[in-house]
Design a protein around this ligand. Structure first.
Ligand code: AHR
Length: 491
């Protein structure tokens, strides 16, 4: 393994709260995410509450999902919300995702029911591409107005007396692509107009999120900030990790070679650069960092599993995805003063999913376990550390990456080893003596592409981590290849 570096936990450095919403989810009407993955309907033999799968809700509650973005994705700019309310739902063609018939059984009421069961906040993405200002205005009124109005009356007729709490509203999705193929200035102008009618009724303000850049499209961020920053609370960013970088041959989710592993990790690390550079542009227009950077789509994107519908984006998830998740979450922590929310794509059965289902069966993925291992970072205070030799990620070796946060008198240290061959070691030096290690857990795997199947659901699962030593103020750790670990430190 590599020489252990000393990482000095500098608790006097600038600190920022790690918004729990960085652990947000994205659930689109795409393939088997909503349909089957979340929604089975009240007549289903699969155990459900009001049509929503109870096993999926139970698994998601265990990782404390703070917010769910819905209904898309590209689907959002095709979605006409009125088709998804009331007793007579109007089916539609899901043009982006396999051309299947979307029954619209899961609509606004069902979405808020899901949030209720998860105890999560709402992030609705509105339709700019094929929608109208009036349609968007009506939707917000339908959801949030506690008074007498046509939309509030309609909501009540459909069984919901009280308005819902709508925390976040996205004004269009990928408006530079599937959401309308707009140029930056054109969208900035559309954004200004549409968001005017996303009105806050009552006391609770709705945070408005503008469609942001595709990966490293810095011009988009520049134009949006210059023309519309004053009208937004958040600006989004989408970035997917594709092993080959080629959309027409992305590579397989399993059965990849070592070079492909490292290429994938390298592409995941690009998130750090994107946050730095988009953040720098935002800083010029918004030095107080009032506008949040909202990474509302991120994750790995591979070729679909053989034999599955290409438009359903169904892929396996391995130890490689777990390491990508850890590296990405660490980057969000480092940029916590600007990144206020992130939504992994996607929650169930699609792309880098937390959960895979097959009929009544459910399996959690290695990525799910990373979200579990990272739970204690939600709303904790990010703590800077000084790595020797070299700066992060050098403190834990070339392939290491780590993050530290503080809650009360304790610290949570999460680490990843993205190397395939060697252990990595580090010594963390804390400001005062360590009194206890309340928990230490590790996710590791026999192979780079180890994954969970319905036959072997616990192939990749967290275990107790024992390869650490405490001595006064120091914690020494050694991580095996391809692993993610979290150690809680009491002071
Ligand atoms: O997450 C899948 C798709 O990726 C989303 O619908 C779209 O916004 C993005 O291109």
């Amino acid at each position: 393994g590599e020489e252990a570096g000393v990482i000095i936990v500098d608790d006097d450095a600038a600190r920022h709260r790690i918004d729990r919403r960085i652990y947000g989810q994205f659930a689109e009407h795409l393939g088997r995410c909503i349909q089957e993955g979340v929604w089975v309907g009240t007549d289903s033999p699969i155990p459900n509450k009001n049509g929503i799968r109870s096993d999926v809700v139970a698994a998601l509650r265990r990782i404390r999902v703070p917010v769910v973005r819905w209904p898309g994705g590209c689907f959002a700019d095709d979605y006409h919300w009125m088709k998804g309310i009331g007793p007579e739902r109007q089916p539609m063609v899901n043009t982006h995702w396999g051309g299947v018939i979307e029954p619209n059984e899961f609509g606004t009421h069902e979405y808020f029911e899901l949030l209720d069961q998860l105890d999560a906040e709402a992030y609705i993405n509105g339709n700019v591409g094929s929608g109208t200002v009036a349609e968007m205005q009506d939707w917000v009124e339908y959801m949030t107005l506690d008074s007498v109005s046509p939309m509030a009356e309609l909501r009540k007729r459909h069984g919901r007396e009280q308005p819902w709490k709508l925390e976040f509203f996205g004004v269009g999705n990928e408006s530079w692509g599937c959401g309308g193929n707009m140029m930056p200035l054109e969208y900035a102008n559309q954004y200004r107009r549409f968001q005017t009618y996303v009105r806050t009724y009552g006391e609770h303000p709705i945070a408005k999120i503008a469609c942001g850049a595709n990966a490293d499209d810095y011009e988009w961020t520049e134009v949006l900030m210059a023309r519309a920053a004053g009208h937004m609370d958040g600006l989004s960013l989408h970035y997917y990790t594709i092993p080959t970088g080629e959309w027409d041959a992305k590579g397989s989710a399993t059965g990849f070679d070592d070079d492909t592993w490292y290429a994938t990790i390298g592409r995941a690390r690009k998130m750090e650069e994107l946050l730095t550079r988009h953040g720098a542009i935002m800083d010029r227009y918004d030095p107080q960092r009032r506008v949040g950077l909202v990474v509302d789509e991120w994750g790995t994107w591979y070729d679909v599993e053989p034999g599955t519908e290409p438009g359903f984006l169904h892929q396996q998830s391995t130890m490689r995805d777990a390491v990508v998740a850890a590296i990405t979450l660490n980057a969000f922590h480092r940029h916590a003063s600007r990144v206020r929310m992130a939504n992994v794509a996607q929650m169930v059965n699609v792309l880098q999913a937390m959960i895979l289902t097959d009929g009544p069966d459910l399996v959690t993925t290695p990525t799910y376990h990373v979200f579990d291992l990272y739970q204690d970072h939600q709303d904790a205070v990010h703590v800077e550390a000084i790595g020797e030799p070299g700066e992060r990620p050098g403190g834990l070796g070339t392939h290491g990456d780590y993050t530290i946060s503080r809650t009360g008198r304790g610290y949570t240290v999460s680490m990843a080893n993205a190397g395939l061959e060697h252990e990595v070691s580090a010594v963390f030096a804390f400001p005062s003596a360590i009194t206890d290690i309340p928990s230490a857990r590790i996710l590791a795997a026999a192979d780079a592409d180890s994954h969970n199947t319905f036959e072997r659901p616990h192939e990749v699962a967290p275990a107790d981590f024992v390869d650490y030593r405490v001595d006064g103020v120091t914690l020494s750790v050694t991580l095996p290849p391809r692993s993610v670990a979290t150690v809680r430190v009491a002071q």
